[in-house]
Design a protein around this ligand. Sequence first.
Ligand SMILES: *Cc1c(COP(=O)(O)O)cnc(C)c1O
Length: 428
Amino acid sequence: MSDRKFGFDTLQVHAGQKPDPTTGARAVPIYQTTSFVFKDFAAAQGISSGEMAGYDYTRIINPTNEVLENRIAALEGGSGALAVASGSAATAYSILNITHTGDNIVAAKTLYGGSFNLFVNTLPKHGVTTSLVDPRDAGNFELAIDARTKAIFVETIGNPDINIVDFDAVAAIAAKHRIPLIVDNTFGTPFLFKPFEHGANVIVHSATKFIGGHGTSIGGLIVDGGNFDWASGKFPDFTTPDSAYSGFIHAQKWGNQGYIVKARLHYLRDFGACMSPFNAFLFLQGIETLSFRVERQVRNAQRVAEYLDGHPRVEWVNYPGLKSSPYYELGKKYLPKGPGSILTFGIKGGFEKVKRFIEGLELFSFLPNVGDSKSLVVHPATVTHGQLSEAEQRAAGVKPEQIRLSLGVEDIDDILWDLGQAFDKAGS
Ligand SMILES: *Cc1c(COP(=O)(O)O)cnc(C)c1O
């Protein structure tokens, strides 16, 4: 093809795919196979050692997954990507790929509950600790950095505070200390926010959410920005011969894909949380309509936020699309198409009202997910952040009266009707 730079809507249906060379199939075929036949001994030797491109075993590489990887890399503007079994695996591998025992990372304290647990409870058992900082002041990230800090980790839109960090300021701090900025862009989506254009170096996604978009599959993606110098000396795994893989020096061997190839060769190969090709196929179906769904979901979220704001039974609303939000300006700057479709609000009357309101909803589904084309509701203090201690919940911005909505693509009149009748059932 010519070197035209295609737009997002074009890329989301075409990038990373050529019609199947064997059959001409227009849709991406599901290569549901564990392994691939080697043409000859040279191929067996070359592919197994990583010296030759090709397929051998689906835990490490698969043609269906590869289309998804190339598509998300194109949509994010990265140099390469890796599909894994879940967003949680993506987050874990993104850190493990660059840390050793004794290292640490600095992260915003407003994190997805699972990431919070990974950083605070699980990774420390393996020698990697996390300093959690208040992200409202970007300077806090710098204060927490020491000689063993290997990354800064933030989410595009924090949850449940629905907060936005000053990406340019945080990226400048990361660059100054020659450490990568890793952004969990799950709530942002590549349609609303482009982390690599704001200095991020690695992106992780829970594809489970907006990328899948239909609540059918668990999956995760890691995207390499191809824009970080791994050869500075801070990351010995990238500059010393790899004893586990043909003596490769990853920072030299793979051009601007050193990070993502190493994640595949070490963590996908050894820890094995690979995505099933069938799930990759479903994510590809989802991704084809990503921009259309998200556009509608953002519009619905804005309308719902305006409806809740000033509602007599509502204490407060967190949504950066409201002028009253402390993140309104940051939202306008970094997410000009809209600050996502997830919001939280506090209902007057505390937990008893929370229960009656949520159980009274008819269209919204009460479950722990976001980004579905169906509208969803959850009580973070019970569910998504339920495993955290009270102090940890407070630190993460979780409150007992807080309700989280993830807006779907339904008719806005029906969504507003459902909220109204649930408020009536909850009583004043
Ligand atoms: C859901 C989610 C994850 C974890 O993803 P899974 O696919 O459930 O493992 C990570 N980060 C964010 C922001 C999420 O919403």
